[in-house]
Design a protein around this ligand. Structure first.
Ligand code: ARG
Ligand code: ZN
Length: 237
């Protein structure tokens, strides 16, 4: 039994203007959301429909802000090719979650690397206006759920539709089959592939206010990476 796994977080703020140089308060608001969402202490957890009430999980993963690094850089859009990580390399990626807060552009909120990839690019990138809940934030992605979603990928979770049609697996048994992402704030029930979609799962593409759970199956999949032989044992040694 691993107990609660704590993940130290280093945030690299890479800004091309003053707005993007987000405040410590905004950074802390994001750490608070990660802690709430991964411990199922988020204040919207009660919105889960009864059909899924037994599936919600306290993942027993917590986050502590270890350092904030700030870098001014004239690049205004970084894209998703990891250029920002090449310029500002990750700090101790085997024992630290590195988050680059840098403007990606192209309407992309954030992106992540799955466990087991190169150490030099390990971590997640999030555009500043989708990071945290206060300051320079942009509705409807202003509740910190982009980081929850991307850290879910960083901890081995797939999208709940498995990135394919019906029956394409996300390697988690208790997230019902779906044939694609849901967007906005879907009404309940939204039925695809003959079952109700778990549109309120953090690994769908719904608005921040409309996603509020990880499942027990997702919890088990995340925690496996910390166990012997797994790709993120550095966090428990
Ligand atoms: N990688 C996804 C994107 O950029 C993140 C979606 C996060 N969803 C959210 N509601 N915050 O589209
Ligand atoms: Zn995703």
């Amino acid at each position: 039994n691993l107990g609660v796994v704590n993940i130290p977080v280093v945030v690299h703020v890479v800004y091309s203007n003053a707005q993007q140089n987000i405040s410590d308060q905004q950074i802390n608001s994001q750490i608070d959301v990660l802690n709430a969402d991964f411990r199922a202490s988020n204040n919207d957890v009660n919105s889960i429909p009864s059909e899924f009430a037994n599936d919600v999980a306290d993942s027993e993963i917590s986050f502590t802000l270890a350092a904030v690094n700030r870098y001014s850089n004239s690049t205004s859009q970084w894209g998703t090719n990891d250029a920002v990580k090449a310029q500002y390399p990750p700090v101790n990626p085997s024992t630290t979650l590195n988050i680059w807060v840098a403007n990606i552009g192209g309407g992309i909120l954030g992106y992540a690397q799955f466990p087991g990839g190169p150490a030099s690019t390990d971590g997640v990138v999030i555009s500043p206006q989708y990071f945290g809940t206060t300051g320079y934030v942009s509705a409807p992605f202003d509740r910190g759920r982009t980081a929850t979603h991307e850290v879910g990928h960083y901890l081995n979770l797939r999208h709940i539709w498995g990135d394919g049609r019906c029956r394409q697996d996300d390697f988690v048994a208790d997230t019902p089959d779906s044939d694609g992402p849901n967007y906005g704030c879907p009404s309940y029930p939204t039925v695809n592939c003959r079952s109700t979609d778990m549109t309120m799962n953090y690994m769908d593409y719904t608005n921040d206010a409309c996603m509020y759970m990880f499942s027990e199956g997702q919890k088990a999949r995340m925690r496996t990476i910390f166990m012997d032989g797994g790709p993120r044992t550095g966090f428990v040694n």
